[in-house]
Design a protein around this ligand. Structure first.
Ligand code: GDP
Ligand code: MG
Length: 442
């Protein structure tokens, strides 16, 4: 049985590493997918390069092809990049009331709609008292539009005073927000069909007047290439703190999301999913990554394969534990698993009643370096020694230590850890707590 166990790993490592050719071939397809999703060319190029460096040499899971494995790596990388730092998505910095929030973007991007959606969300979800004001002085219809939406969602809108400049309106909004005890005031600025200096100067003046806590750039999620140019400009000239992607209910593939993130480095906080006032959601990096890549089937296939293998390993080990057996090969399997899964988790976390053992391993300070060293020690042992570590006498220890370039004390430490774990296994086996049920996760 132990031969079969290590057999699994030998096969894994032999089929193992992704070659550069594997990676390049798969990335050619990924590149097409990105461009089809309207990710801008330079962003796609940079992203591919980044993944290329990371993917080569990574292990291939049994029963998936190298190409499928690369797609999964790309997907995870995409999610990580879209997600950014924790706590940025779906949240606004609106402490110290009244907090000004500036909404900027091109005309037709969905600014006014998003302003109202956001106001509704802040009111309903965060129980904030919200004031909205339209600074779109050139288009009276736009100011009217915000007033109508405000009435619809029950959020106050600053009364329209004809003839005021945007800065004057912003000032009045701030006064009103302070006097009226509002938590937040949202300023819906004017847009243009394309970037122009006059618009930027106008928005910059408003920014200097109110010093917004958040400046949200509203971008049409259906525009891919242009979005980058827009984002670059607004960020450079106004300073953007977050992005809202609208029209994500459309059939675009959402490449703008990646471009946005790559170019501005700013978090995507919300997405618009329709014209209705409740059609605003927190940004979900997983969903958008799946959409951009358009290879969701492959991603879930690889995930399933990885899970299956882990479960098979867990079940095999479980059987041995129940028989009170736990040799060096088992320990090696566990250590390798921990290495793959970044230390914590691993097989142990999949077995019931193993929390204690996991804690012990964690307490032993098993970082990657230590794990690799311990695996090296086991690899220097003969088959007989691995199966039956009791035979490890001084001369054998010396040989093993030499074999992996370590000290005898390191070998002793590993043997001690194995003994403790084996003891615990035995006890647990006797208690019979490890029934077959509950073995599988979920
Ligand atoms: P503004 O010029 O930037 O203020 O854009 P508007 O807020 O006036 O929106 C322009 C059009 O886009 C309107 O018809 C909105 O209903 C529509 N719209 C805005 N956000 C979304 C969205 O997330 N999905 C869809 N399908 N339509 C949207
Ligand atoms: Mg508008």
């Amino acid at each position: 049985l132990s031969e079969r166990l290590s057999g699994v790993f030998d096969k894994l490592t032999r089929q193992g590493a992704l070659t550069e050719a594997d990676v390049s071939a798969a990335l050619r397809e990924v590149r097409v997918a990105l461009l089809e999703a309207d990710v801008s060319l330079p962003v796609a190029r940079d992203f591919i390069r980044q993944v290329q460096a990371k993917a080569a040499g990574q292990a291939v899971t049994r029963s998936v092809t190298p190409g499928q494995q690369v797609v999964k790596i790309v997907h995870d990388e995409l999610v990580a990049m879209l997600a950014g730092d924790e706590g940025e998505i779906g949240a606004l910095r609106i402490d110290s009331p009244p907090a000004p929030v500036l909404m900027v973007g091109l005309q037709g991007s969905g600014k006014t709609t998003t302003t109202a959606k956001l106001a509704r969300r802040l009111k309903e979800k965060d129980c904030k008292k919200v004031l909205m004001a339209s600074l779109d002085t050139r288009r009276p219809a736009a100011m009217e539009q915000l007033a109508v939406l405000g009435a619809q969602i029950g959020v106050d809108v600053l009364p329209i005073v004809p003839g005021e400049t945007p800065v004057q309106i912003a000032r009045r909004a701030r006064q009103q927000a302070m006097l009226g005890g509002y938590d937040v005031y949202l300023l819906d600025t004017a847009g243009r069909l394309s970037i122009d200096d006059e618009l930027m100067a106008e928005v910059a003046a408003v920014r200097d007047e109110v010093k917004p806590r958040e400046t949200l750039l509203v971008v049409d999620g259906l525009t891919g290439q242009d979005a980058v140019h827009t984002a670059e400009n607004f960020d450079r000239r106004i300073g953007v703190t977050g992005v809202v992607l609208t029209r994500m209910d459309g059939d675009g593939r959402g490449g703008a999301a990646l471009s946005m993130r790559a170019v501005t480095g700013k978090p995507i906080k919300f997405v618009g999913l329709g014209e209705k006032m409740d059609a605003l959601e927190e940004f979900h990096p997983e969903r958008v990554a799946g959409r951009i890549l358009g290879m969701g089937d492959i991603v879930s296939l690889v995930e399933k394969a990885q899970e299956t293998i882990e479960q098979e390993e867990a079940e095999r080990m479980m059987k041995r534990f129940r028989q009170g057996r736990f040799d060096m090969n088992d320990l090696k399997t566990q250590l390798e698993q921990m290495l793959r899964m970044g230390g914590v988790g691993g097989l142990m976390s999949m077995l019931p009643g193993m929390g204690k053992m996991q804690k012990q391993l964690d307490a032993a300070g098993l970082d990657d370096k230590v794990l690799r060293r311990q695996i090296a020690i086991i690899q220097s042992m003969t088959k007989a020694e691995r199966r039956n570590p009791q035979i490890m006498q001084a001369s054998r220890k010396k040989r093993v230590a030499r074999g992996c370039g370590l000290e005898v004390s390191d070998v002793n430490k590993l043997l001690k850890m194995h003994r403790q774990m084996a003891d615990m296994m035995k006890k647990m086996g006797k208690m019979g707590k490890m029934g077959k049920k509950g073995l599988l996760r979920g």
